[in-house]
Design a protein around this ligand. Structure first.
Ligand code: SF4
Ligand code: SF4
Length: 176
């Protein structure tokens, strides 16, 4: 008897092959703000594109800028017009997937605000190594602000200034 072809497997998305999200995938999912919104001031980037059962982000934002419209496993959607870049949602995400970017922090620098659970914490003013989504060193940066209160539940929120061209590249730091 001739063999019949089995069910076709869906082609894995790039991040499912590499384990690392790319800015292209994020853009395709609508997770990157428009040029006009980036130019308008700090704004959130929710880098969460897997259908996992999770939703603290949807309750974290006082401006209701993040929504999980359907079931618990739906992907969060951001209304960039509602977000003012306050950073309140960052430490609420157990997946460390929320960032705030101020692309035009100065003429030459952007700031990236990240969740940071490691010790020691960086100090404001410290120079740190800045890493991309894959953990590779990309540049040096200067810590601008560190929020580390009990309410943040052991996840500090660190803002680092980096050369402007890395606003969509830097997503972690290495202290020391
Ligand atoms: S940065 Fe502030 S305003 Fe923007 S989504 Fe997060 S909590 Fe809401
Ligand atoms: S809290 Fe974080 S991991 Fe959970 S759905 Fe929201 S962005 Fe994704």
């Amino acid at each position: 008897m001739p063999k019949t072809a089995g069910p076709t497997r869906p082609t894995p998305a790039p991040h499912q092959r590499t384990g690392v999200l790319s800015s292209r995938e994020l853009a395709a999912r609508g997770a990157i703000p428009t040029e006009a919104r980036l130019a308008a001031g700090p704004v959130v980037l929710v880098e969460c594109i897997e259908n996992i059962p999770c939703n603290p982000c949807a309750y974290a934002c006082p401006r209701k800028a993040i929504a999980i419209a359907g079931g618990l496993t739906d992907i969060p959607q951001v209304d960039f017009a509602k977000c003012n870049g306050c950073t309140l949602c960052i430490a609420r995400c157990p997946g460390l997937a929320i960032f705030v970017v101020h692309r035009d922090f100065s003429k030459t620098e952007a700031t990236v605000t990240i969740p940071y659970e490691l010790l020691p914490r960086p100090a404001a003013g410290a120079r740190v190594a800045c890493l991309d989504r894959a953990g590779r060193d990309v540049c040096r940066g200067k810590v601008v602000k560190v929020l580390d209160t009990k309410a943040l539940n052991r996840c500090a929120v660190v803002t680092v200034a980096v050369p402007k061209r890395y606003w969509n590249t830097v997503r972690n730091i290495r202290v020391g």
